[in-house]
Ligand binder design. Sequence first.
Ligand SMILES: C[S@@+](CC[C@H](N)C(=O)[O-])C[C@H]1O[C@@H](n2cnc3c(N)ncnc32)[C@H](O)[C@@H]1O
Length: 174
Amino acid sequence: MTPPLPKLSTAPTRHSSSCCSLSLPLLSLLNTLLPPPRLALSIGSGPGLLEALLLHHYPNRSNNFYGVEVSAPKPVNIFLPEQNTLTVTGTWAVIDNGLLRDAGGLLFVYPRQPSLVRAYLENWKGEVVVWIGPRADVEEFGPVFEEWGGGEKGQDMGMGLVDEGEGVWIYRRE
Ligand SMILES: C[S@@+](CC[C@H](N)C(=O)[O-])C[C@H]1O[C@@H](n2cnc3c(N)ncnc32)[C@H](O)[C@@H]1O
C-alpha cells in the first residue's frame, strides 16, 4: 500500500524519502513551469515523493506527468501511482525516444550523473528543463544544462522554495 503523503507548508521542509526539500510554493512553481497538456517527465524520480505530491495537488496532470526510474526487483518507486511511472533497464539507459519526443518539459531532481543528463538533452527538442539540486553541483552540472539552453545560465528560482543550499534552475529554448 502507498504510504500517506506528508502535508507540506509554505516553508521548505526535509523528508527522508526526498533528496530535495519540499514546499507548497515549489510544487506551484513546477506546475506553472511544466504546463499540460504537453508531457512532462521527471528523470530519476527515485521514491517519487515530489512527483506524487505534485499529482496530488494538481490532479489535472495525471495523464501527462511520469516519473522515470531504473527497473529493479524491488521497485525504487514508493509514492507515485503505477500508471505514472516509467522504467528503463539500467542507469545508462534513456527512456524510449517516442516518449521523449512528446515531452515538452523535463525535470531532473538531484541527478547523479552529468553524462545521463547529457544523454537525455543532446537530441531533445522540448521547451523547458527544470533542475533541482545542491548548489555544490553547479560547477559539474551547470555546463551540461547550459549547453542545451544555448549557453544561457539557468534562471535560479529556488529562493524560499527550497533550502538555502539548494537551487531550482530553469532552462528554456525557443
Ligand atoms: C540521487 S537519486 C534522486 C532521487 C529523487 N529524484 C530524489 O530527489 O529523491 C537519483 C536517481 O536516479 C535514478 N537513475 C539512475 N540512472 C537512471 C536512468 N538512466 N534513468 C532514470 N533514472 C535513473 C537512480 O535510480 C536514483 O533513484
